[in-house]
Design a protein around this ligand. Structure first.
Ligand code: NDP
Length: 422
């Protein structure tokens, strides 16, 4: 494969960057045109996608180059409104790529749906009846969505659990489903609604609801990386990153911010690829409580013997390569094209690696210079835009803003006026 050239990518114009994507053989001519024309979701498609639509809503679309994941190079598409996310992610990806890249493992890829039964007379008897009828229930579920079975997926397991609190109790039936390339919400809900009457009949109880669970503990993905401490600026930094990861396990105030940073990267790719970011956020935050306290999701360990810093992130990542709105939005198609059209497992691996990279960049900055230094330039850029600077005025205004002690919109407006007088 041709060696990719990213020299000066950040400093190029938007069109030059797209040219570089083409020269690096990341996009073909069709997508070059689509990206250059900034072709977006049409209002007509948008009208079909949601209710009461009054238009479409744009967000910045960028790429983070230099990801090496399981020995494959990726340029990762990211959609975010937050400055510095993509720069930080690309920086960390480059560091990790110099140390052999990320390695990932799909621990499983199935979804869970649940039906809550109440007014159950005898839980043990009801649970036994359900488990004895497992095959029949799974058959009814699969008959309700034969196309997923034809694709090699479908319902495959049933578990039951009794929940009791005070005088309220439920018998919960969990159905495990292989949804293949989809996220599976509609597939699962269709199956659950089909088996609901059967469960009520078998158990002589009533069902409260039947719905997929976003706590996708059977869709776990693990990403690892190992960095030579020299790349981080020495073992002191590696030790501090190790400590920062421990701190985020112990302090919920830090853990929440730590995980928010991880989702800065994850959400950006999830949105770019047309996936359901609420589902991914909900799953990740619930998974952060798996040890019965809310913890930072990454684990960084400094090994004094090898002088290496090891990073690990395990997350539920039930993303899809088909279904939902994927395929309707031209920008989502472009994002998939940039990633060389990954299947759902590969996409999940990329996204968890991005989360680990984003966290590395944040921790490295936090335990060394602090994050404000890097943020100030981007903050100045935002202020320049808010102050009304045009394309030619932004850079000189940013330069002036960085010289003042406290920058704000008022100062930006004043400096812009002065610039215009010159
Ligand atoms: P879809 O309803 O779009 O179903 C997936 C579609 O992809 C099916 O029509 C299937 O076709 C098609 N498909 C093509 N190839 C494959 C393949 N290889 N593997 C699997 N499916 C394939 O989407 P989902 O059921 O995934 O539901 C996702 C949507 O549901 C998202 O938009 C999400 O926001 C939303 N949602 C989320 C909820 C939640 O998270 N709690 C709740 C409700 C909705 P075929 O039918 O021919 O098999």
């Amino acid at each position: 494969m041709k060696k990719k050239n990213w020299l000066g990518f950040q400093k190029k114009t938007r069109l030059e960057r797209i040219d570089m994507l083409k020269e690096n053989e990341i996009i073909d001519s069709d997508f070059e045109n689509l990206l250059k024309e900034n072709e977006n979701l049409s209002t007509e498609i948008a009208r079909q996608m949601i209710e009461n639509s009054i238009g479409t809503f744009s967000l910045p679309f960028g790429v983070a180059p230099n990801f090496l994941i399981n020995d494959v190079e990726y340029t990762v598409p990211m959609v975010t409104e937050e400055p510095s996310v993509i720069a930080a992610c690309s920086f960390a990806a480059k560091l990790v790529s110099k140390s052999g890249g990320f390695s990932t493992k799909i621990l499983d890829r199935k979804m869970i749906g649940e039906i809550a039964l109440f007014d159950v007379e005898n839980f043990d008897v009801a649970a036994e009846k359900i488990l004895n009828s497992k095959e029949e229930i799974i058959k009814v579920a699969n008959d309700a969505y034969p196309s997923i079975v034809a694709r090699g997926g479908g319902a495959c397991e049933i578990e039951v659990k009794k929940l009791e609190e005070g005088n309220t109790s439920f018998l919960v039936v969990y159905l495990t489903i292989d949804v293949k390339e989809a996220m599976g919400a509609n597939i699962i809900n269709t199956m659950l609604e089909a088996i609901k009457p059967l469960l009520e009949e078998i158990t002589h109880s009533k069902s409260l609801m039947a719905i997929l669970s976003n706590y996708a503990t059977k869709s776990l993905v693990k990403a690892n990386c190992e960095l030579d401490v020299k790349l981080l600026g020495g073992s002191e930094v590696a030790k501090k990153i190790d400590l920062a990861s421990k701190f985020a396990k112990m302090d919920i105030y830090r853990a929440t911010t730590h995980n928010k940073g991880i989702f800065n990267g994850i959400d950006a790719v999830v949105i770019a690829t047309g996936n359901d970011w609420r589902a991914i956020e909900a799953a990740g935050n619930a998974y952060a409580v798996k040890n019965e306290r809310y913890e930072g999701l990454t684990t960084w360990t400094f090994d004094e013997n090898t002088n290496k810093l090891n990073g690990e992130l395990i997350l539920p990542m039930p993303v899809a390569s088909v279904g939902g709105s994927i395929g309707l939005n031209p920008s989502v198609k472009a994002a998939f094209h940039i990633l060389n059209n990954p299947d759902a497992k590969t996409l999940a691996s990329i996204i968890v690696s991005v989360g680990l990279a984003q966290n590395l960049a944040a921790l490295k900055a936090l335990v060394t210079t602090g994050i404000q230094k890097g943020h100030m330039k981007l903050q100045a850029r935002s202020l320049a835009l808010f102050a009304g600077a045009n394309a030619d005025e932004v850079d000189p205004l940013v330069e002036e803003l960085l010289k003042v002690r406290h920058m704000n919109l008022g100062v930006a407006k004043e400096l812009l006026e002065e610039l215009r007088k010159k």
